[in-house]
Design a protein around this ligand. Structure first.
Ligand SMILES: *Cc1c(COP(=O)(O)O)cnc(C)c1O
Length: 228
């Protein structure tokens, strides 16, 4: 069996220059994260607030923690001291709360808006219309501690590669349109987070520059490991 360091190397070898690899470490132990860290990995992704806070307190300070899951407003406070990029913001309410908690800690925070393009009903995220509405109708420019850096999305879980490609292409198009319409004066609006273990090669062909990869690096997750 290959080690975490070997699998990490294997994934890295498939990524073009300029692509950020977020190693998704949810449900994996501090020890496993330590192995990836020792192999040079610094960006890690978590989707539970308590788990991120716990790991951030024990692991090295130069790790960049990505919150990639659905974030409840009452959990923003918990991750704010540690988080580097919040990927899945999908409401004005959440965006305002993130700004409020960042101001409280006198820090700035980067976020992505999550787009819902998959077929599944259960996936979170803004529909393209809701996304447009948020950007054209809400006073997000007044949130002084928050920078909207780009978009995040998940494709439908399917073997149909054409469908996945179509969904990622849609995200790419929406990203470019909104960049022209709302962020023309903001070069920092430059991040596209899509692609996971099974579909990241397709995501990279459709404009992604951040991939979030768990299983291909850490192996299968053991959900019973944590009580969250
Ligand atoms: C778990 C998770 C991933 C990683 O999934 P893998 O299939 O293990 O690579 C990526 N993005 C999000 C939002 C996740 O929750």
């Amino acid at each position: 069996m290959s080690s975490i360091a070997e699998r990490l190397q294997g994934v890295r070898a498939t990524l073009p220059k300029g692509i950020t690899l977020v190693a998704v470490s949810k449900y994996h132990s501090e020890e496993e994260i330590g192995e990836a860290y020792a192999a040079g990995q610094r960006d890690f992704g978590e989707n539970h607030a308590q788990e991120l806070a716990r790991k951030a307190q024990t692991l090295p300070n130069d790790i960049r923690w990505h919150f990639i899951g659905h974030l409840q407003t009452n959990k923003v406070k918990l991750i704010m001291p540690y988080v580097s990029l919040i990927h899945a913001v999908d409401s004005w309410h959440l965006l305002s709360e993130i700004n409020k908690q960042a101001l409280r800690l006198e820090r700035n925070v980067d976020v992505l808006l999550q787009l819902h393009v998959a077929e599944e009903e259960t996936k979170f995220g803004l529909t393209p219309d809701e996304y447009d509405e948020l950007l054209s109708q809400q006073p997000w420019r007044e949130l002084s501690a928050v920078r909207i850096r780009g978009v995040m999305a998940m494709a439908t879980h399917t073997d149909d590669e054409a469908q996945i490609a179509e969904e990622f292409e849609k995200v790419d198009t929406i990203f470019k349109q909104s960049k022209a319409n709302h962020f023309a004066d903001m070069p920092h609006f430059d991040l596209r987070s899509y692609g996971m273990s099974d579909d990241y090669p397709i995501a990279l062909r459709h404009g992604s520059n951040i991939v979030r990869i768990g299983t291909a690096i850490f192996g299968p997750r053991q959900y019973q490991k944590t009580s969250e």
